[in-house]
Write a protein that binds this ligand. Structure first.
Ligand SMILES: NC(=O)c1ccc[n+]([C@@H]2O[C@H](COP(=O)([O-])OP(=O)(O)OC[C@H]3O[C@@H](n4cnc5c(N)ncnc54)[C@H](O)[C@@H]3O)[C@@H](O)[C@H]2O)c1
Length: 432
């Protein structure tokens, strides 16, 4: 048995988590709660300081679960990458965004791989968690790590394991969500399996990193395509005078072969709007066009425009033009009960409505300010007066904390882009 295997088994291995964001911080806390010592790395001094004070800045991790780990010396954070030498296993959880022209931007991953290669120790295990196209681990990352002079599979171990976090979910957490792992060789897979068994009940080994990388993108493409399908159906249902929400609920009564997806003002977050492009882009190297992916992205990206035009029509039907109308947007997070505005369709919708002259304000329980083209908006206090003096209240994100009955009772006009009021019957509600 290798030294690392032994250390992982008896939980004496020190785990390094690089990138303490939505993925890395919960992972760091999970390892610490499982009894391992964790050293977290981030380039933002502010985040490092907050972690070391036991204060969380991620909605899914409350300070009550973070601070005991820090107090027991099981979790410490640093910006000093030379301390990578101190850890046995390194999980890379840095961002993988797109460039403005929607090309994969792997700069944080390559920067981090370069940093690790400077301090790489024989026997260490490196696991990439950031979402990326197949070939990143075994190509890009391995090549950079081997600049250390150490050889992958022989002197150090390398694997890919996608994060499957479902932000805001009450049902699924790290423990009950199976974790896929694929190493560059069987020993790397075995060590990655041992590592993640500390935090996940089920670990699913696959034959290589490429399978694990493709699995993650496939899961997100699956969502993107199905959301696009239901968004397209919504447009047709509106023309045919059929409630898409009733159709979805009725279809969901089928106990097999169907899974409900819901329409909305567009897709957001760090995954679904971005990850499919990683694959579409890579596919071009093989003279292959991922038509489903591109069609789905196209339909989903049109949704904020569609919702803006429906709001305009709804106001028009009440003798009011969008220009100068007081529009209150409820929810700017990309989905319910999270505090994340990355790629949020609400922001696009706000921008479009403002461009048409709307006097726009917003409320979100978790997001105090948003930066949009032309300035910064601040969340208003959600009062009955604000609801009743708005010409249109737009439910853009269906946060659980909203009292939807009160919203429809007080507002003159509600445009519901999320089906949050579908059980309520009032003629001031216009549904997507
Ligand atoms: N957020 C999600 O729901 C989710 C789910 C599954 C997968 N992912 C994937 O996980 C990865 C991370 O996403 P996230 O949402 O946690 O991002 P994030 O922006 O919340 O966090 C990334 C963190 O990494 C830090 N960072 C950036 N470059 C760094 C570097 N070189 N060294 C150390 N720290 C660095 C940033 O300061 C930040 O704190 C992405 O590839 C994303 O696609 C995200």
């Amino acid at each position: 048995m290798s030294r690392l295997e032994q250390r992982l088994k008896d939980k004496t291995a020190v785990i390094g988590i690089v990138g303490l964001g939505y993925v890395g911080l919960p992972l760091a806390v999970a390892f610490a709660q499982a009894g391992s010592k964790v050293l977290g790395f981030d380039i933002q001094q502010k985040r490092v300081d907050l972690v070391n004070k036991g204060q969380s800045y991620i909605v899914d991790i409350d300070s009550e679960s973070l601070s005991p780990a820090v107090a027991k010396n099981l979790l410490e954070a640093t910006t000093d990458q030379s301390r990578l030498k101190e850890v046995d296993a390194i999980c890379i959880c840095v961002p993988t965004p797109l460039t403005k022209t929607k090309e994969p931007d792997l700069s944080a991953v390559t920067y981090q791989a370069e940093e690790i290669s400077k301090y790489l120790q024989p026997g260490q295990l490196v696991v990439l968690e950031s979402t990326t196209y197949p070939g990143t681990t075994n190509g890009v990352v391995l090549q950079i790590l081997e600049r250390s002079g150490l050889k992958g599979g022989q002197d150090f171990h390398l694997a890919y394991s996608p994060e499957r976090i479902d932000p805001g979910s009450k049902n699924y957490n790290m423990r009950n969500t199976p974790k896929v792992v694929g190493g560059i060789d069987s020993q790397s897979t075995k060590l990655a399996e041992l590592l993640y068994r500390q935090v996940a009940d089920v670990v699913v080994p696959v034959s290589c990193p490429e399978v694990a990388e493709m699995t993650k993108i496939f899961e997100n493409v699956f969502r993107s395509v199905n959301i696009a399908l239901v968004n397209e159906l919504t447009l047709l249902c509106e023309k045919m005078g059929i409630s898409v929400w009733e159709v979805i609920d009725a279809a969901a009564s089928k106990p097999f072969g169907y899974m409900p997806f819901y329409p909305g003002p567009g897709i957001g977050g760090h995954c679904i709007p971005l990850d499919p492009y990683y694959l579409a882009n890579k596919a071009r190297e093989y003279d292959f066009h991922t038509r489903f992916i591109e069609l789905a992205s196209d339909i989903n990206e049109q949704m904020p425009y569609y919702v803006a035009s429906r709001i305009m029509e709804a106001l028009n039907a009440r003798g009011k033009s969008l220009n100068d109308a007081r529009v209150l947007v409820l929810g700017v997070a990309y989905k319910k009960d999270v505090d994340d505005v990355r790629e949020s369709p609400s922001l696009k919708l706000i921008q479009l409505l403002r461009e048409k002259g709307a006097d726009l304000s917003y409320h979100d329980p978790n997001i105090v300010n948003v930066v949009i083209p032309g300035g910064t908006l601040t969340s208003l206090e959600l009062t009955d007066e604000l609801l009743s003096t708005s010409d249109c209240v737009v439910i853009a994100t269906d946060h659980s904390c909203y009292d939807y009955q009160n919203i429809v009772d007080k507002a003159t006009l509600v445009f519901d882009a999320r089906g949050a009021t579908r059980k309520l019957k009032r003629n001031n509600i216009v549904k997507l």
